[in-house]
Design a protein around this ligand. Structure first.
Ligand code: RIB
Ligand code: CA
Length: 332
């Protein structure tokens, strides 16, 4: 699926590309996550599944198809998933991502079809059929993943690691203590965090530092390619929403950081902690309770990202978009 790419897009050490599945809710930062996964030579992107989150299920599925079309990934398997959380009403984020879920620039009409099968069935079939264990990168609410583990627990043997964007140790965005992906479907998140699967949590504590700022937008505009020409205004829109909401004149590329860490863990520093998901709290539902001092005595169940290399991260993003620009222009 992936391009055969810019050297910088290959993790040192080479070797066969790692099979990845991306479960997302595009979403501006999910879009960048898709682009990194598509561009990386050391990722074999087996497919993209979508879930309701940033916008409704129809809109996030359409957005994934538009992004794949924009970057010329015309055969990328895309399957639409759950339209609402396991037990709760859906909460979307139009105030951040707009009414389409990817406001800020015109995206092409999709040339990439949706798979007929449900995302959970696609995830099950693709994971079990993979010749090598799969890295699963959820960057939206964890509804599809929880349903997958419930429907086909045998997939656990074929999942190498789940690297999810979600939660936080000390940060929040949707309530004073909760992050959006976890808050939208806390029961699904609880199922994932108690699954026993190898898990890396890429939370707001690091993703709020994965910032694209004015200089980065200008640099994107200077790339002058068909992909960067659309990405720049989209990220400017995204940054504008954060400026209004948090006074943050920048676009936090939450989901792209999760893909970057899944692809090359050396870009980040993680600590082993026990993480519990609050599902009952009157004020705290959706909180990831990270036991940073092991006061509970519970065995750690997640690698929690605490630091990362921002310059390396930015280079990954620019290299990916430059590659996709060149490919879309026919230069590659
Ligand atoms: O809280 C940030 C997360 O929620 C990101 O994945 C963003 O795309 C939204 O899904
Ligand atoms: Ca997302």
């Amino acid at each position: 699926m992936s391009g055969n790419i810019v050297n910088a897009m290959t993790v040192s050490g080479g070797g066969e590309p790692k099979p990845f599945l991306l479960d997302c809710d595009p979403g501006h930062d999910d879009m960048i996550a898709m682009m990194v996964a598509i561009a990386a030579a050391d990722i074999e992107l087996l497919g993209v599944t979508t879930v309701a989150g940033n916008q409704t299920g129809d809109k996030t599925a359409m957005n994934a198809r538009r992004v794949a079309t924009l970057v010329g990934e015309h055969t990328l398997p895309i399957a639409k998933g759950c339209e609402r959380p396991l037990y709760r009403e859906l909460r979307t984020a139009a105030h951040i991502h707009g009414s389409s879920g990817l406001d800020g620039a015109a995206l092409p009409e999709p040339s990439v079809a949706l798979r007929a099968e449900h995302a959970v069935d696609f995830l099950e079939r693709t994971t079990l059929a993979s010749s090598r264990p799969v890295t699963l990168v959820p960057t939206g609410p964890l509804t599809n993943i929880a349903m997958l583990l419930r429907k086909a627990p045998e997939v656990r043997e074929k999942i190498e690691r789940v690297v999810l964007m979600g939660g936080a140790m000390h940060e929040s965005n949707v309530t004073p203590v909760a992050e959006f992906n976890i808050f939208v479907d806390p029961e699904a998140a609880d199922a994932v965090f108690t699954s026993g699967l190898p898990l890396t949590m890429v939370g707001l504590d690091v993703t709020y530092r994965a910032l694209f700022e004015e200089g980065d937008f200008v640099r994107l505009e200077q790339l002058g390619g068909p992909v960067s020409a659309v990405v720049a205004p989209l990220l400017r829109f995204f940054a504008g929403a954060y400026e209004k909401r948090r006074g943050l004149r920048a676009a936090p590329l939450h989901d792209a950081l999760a893909v970057a860490i899944a692809r090359d863990p050396s870009i980040a520093e993680t600590r082993s902690f026990h993480v519990a998901v609050e599902t009952q709290g009157r004020y705290t539902t959706g909180q990831t309770v990270v036991d940073t001092h092991n006061v509970t005595g519970n065995r750690p169940n997640a690698e929690v990202a605490v630091e990362f290399d921002l310059p390396r991260f930015k280079k990954i993003i620019f290299d990916a978009i430059a590659f996709l620009d060149a490919r879309a222009s026919g230069d590659r």
